[in-house]
Design a protein around this ligand. Structure first.
Ligand code: ATP
Length: 513
């Protein structure tokens, strides 16, 4: 059976082979944690963006969008706390010269203990067979209990070290646990240091601290600093939201797992401004709306779960992640955060400008509270590929690889194929495309057997293939083949538009929200 790791490798290979994602600047051996979207990747990515934008902005009369600059006044990042506190603890191995996130090293050690627990459980199952009660075994087996206690003690020490920023304690923990560098195998570690994740550069020709600016590590601040501009120019009334899709940059120490964690990535964020005291109601509202947004894509619902944060960031009074079952296991796909009035208040303080809203209903002026929904577009892309990628064994025993993408997100909606290159069939196929292409992204394909051409569309997720044959010339009918059922049907050319539209329209998703 294919392991989870194999699945990630398969997806990476597939994404490259068919033009979804390439390693960046590959002819120079690539740049770590940086990827380029290819000719099909950009289509899928645009369709995801469109789904998000339409459902967040166009479906809500009280949400509007903006597109703020990546560069912002450097004071922005002092106000937001990123200059002082957007850090990861890093540690170097002196022998391999490799750099690690200290907390990740510890978490990986904990994972190893968990694996041992799972092995104990598997042994128990083997011994007791169908009488085995896993819950009871986990609650009573001395080995399992000892290991669980060990995990708890490590987690407590790590949390305390990180919370108190006691980096010596974190190093001590790594030493006490005997963690070795996976590359050199040595335990020869440097001290733990804080590493700021923001990329910086210089503005204009002057160098030095005064000209230092940052590439934004999140898109949210572009929305906060424009809060009043949008509210006033758009005559927005609270509650209202501002949405944005754009690039963000983080100098991640451990960047791997394909497009899951990159140094340059894209976020789709929405900040929703509410009356103080009403934030919890809206927090619950957006949690429900966002999980539904994922579920209507039609994947297995058990692949999604909420992970409520116990330890909250200093500015938040509630936070939850939507986790998705990636090939590497359940991991954060999206965050929903109740950010209080922290950001707007900080910007008031640092800019000296008032960022208040006069609420005519209660005749009061206040700094609004904010609920934010923040999703990584690239992680969303990976979750869609994970859901869609399938290797199927057909009834006749042959295998096919298919990307069962939600039709509304598929790069091409329909491929049109003349049965042969002769007898005017290509012209007829092109005539059909010229009618459909205004509404659907179409592909023309005349090479190889029809069977091969169908398979080529399956691997890139095209919902429909239309074949033009000699009968078409006589009665203006074609066969249309469905990617998922592989069933073929003879239909009139005049009906094609409607048939395709019924299946691929974004309306199908939007009306379920
Ligand atoms: P993580 O804990 O995985 O580092 P985070 O909690 O720092 O993520 P947020 O700051 O909440 O992430 O950012 C919101 C969203 O942006 C995340 O849910 C994720 O989808 C996306 N994101 C964050 N960092 C990256 C990255 N390095 N590469 C790709 N997407 C990212």
């Amino acid at each position: 059976m294919a392991t989870q790791d194999d699945k990630l490798k398969d997806i990476i290979g597939h994404a490259k082979e068919f033009g979804f994602i390439f390693p960046s600047s590959e002819i120079y051996d690539g740049l770590s944690a940086t990827y380029d979207y290819g000719q099909l990747g950009v289509e899928l990515k645009n369709n995801i963006k469109n789904y998000w934008w339409k459902s967040m902005v166009h479906l809500h009369e009280n949400i509007v969008g903006i597109d703020a600059a990546i560069f912002m006044h450097p004071e922005t990042w002092k106000a937001s706390g990123h200059v002082d506190a957007f850090n990861d603890p890093l540690i170097d191995n002196k022998d391999s010269k490799k750099r690690y996130r200290a907390d990740v090293l510890i978490e990986e050690h904990i994972e190893k203990i968990r694996t041992k627990i799972n092995k104990d459980v598997a042994k128990g199952l083997k011994r007791f067979g169908k009488d085995f009660n896993e819950q009871e075994f986990r609650a009573t087996n001395p080995n399992v209990l000892r290991r669980e206690a060990e995990i708890k003690s490590i987690e407590d020490r790590m949390r305390e070290g990180l919370e108190k920023e006691n980096l010596d304690a974190i190093k001590q923990l790594i030493e006490d646990l005997g963690i070795a560098c996976p590359i050199s195998g040595s335990k020869n570690w440097t001290d733990v240091k804080q590493f700021n994740l923001m990329f910086s550069t210089e503005l204009g020709s002057v160098s030095g601290e005064s000209a230092k600016i940052y590439l934004r590590p999140e898109t949210a601040q572009g929305i906060f600093v424009n809060f009043l501009n949008v509210q006033k120019s758009g005559r927005m009334k609270i509650p209202f939201g501002i949405a944005q899709i754009g690039k963000a940059f983080r100098n991640e120490i451990v960047a791997r797992q394909f497009i899951f964690r990159m140094r340059e990535f894209e976020q789709m964020e929405m900040q929703f401004f509410v009356r103080p005291g009403e934030e919890m109601r809206w927090y619950e509202h957006w949690k429900a709306f966002r999980i539904n947004w994922h579920k209507v894509l039609g994947g297995d619902e058990s692949n999604y779960r909420f992970h409520d944060h116990i330890k909250l960031a200093h500015y938040a009074n509630a936070a939850s992640d939507i986790e998705f079952n990636f090939p590497m296991g359940f991991k954060e796909l999206e965050g929903i955060h109740s950010r209080t009035d922290f950001d707007l208040k900080q910007h008031e303080k640092h800019s000296g400008k008032k960022l208040r809203y006069f609420d005519p209903e209660i005749n009061k002026s206040y700094v609004p509270y904010v609920i934010e929904t923040s999703i990584g577009l690239d992680r969303m892309f990976l979750s869609v590929l994970t859901m869609a990628y399938k290797e199927e064994t057909l009834e006749d025993g042959t295998k096919r690889t298919v990307l069962a993408l939600p039709p509304a997100l598929a790069p091409y909606k329909v491929a049109v194929m003349p049965l042969t290159k002769k007898d005017g069939l290509p012209d007829k196929a092109r005539e059909i495309i010229s009618r459909l292409k205004v509404d659907f992204n179409c592909q023309y394909d005349e090479k190889d057997s029809i069977g091969k051409r169908y398979r080529r569309q399956d691997v890139i997720g095209t919902p429909f293939s239309v074949t033009v044959d000699h009968q078409t010339l006589e009665d203006n009918t074609v066969t249309i083949r469905d990617r998922d059922t592989m069933a073929q049907e003879r239909v009139a050319i005049a009906d094609l538009h409607q048939i395709i539209d019924n299946k691929v329209s974004l309306r199908n998703l939007l009306k379920q929200l």
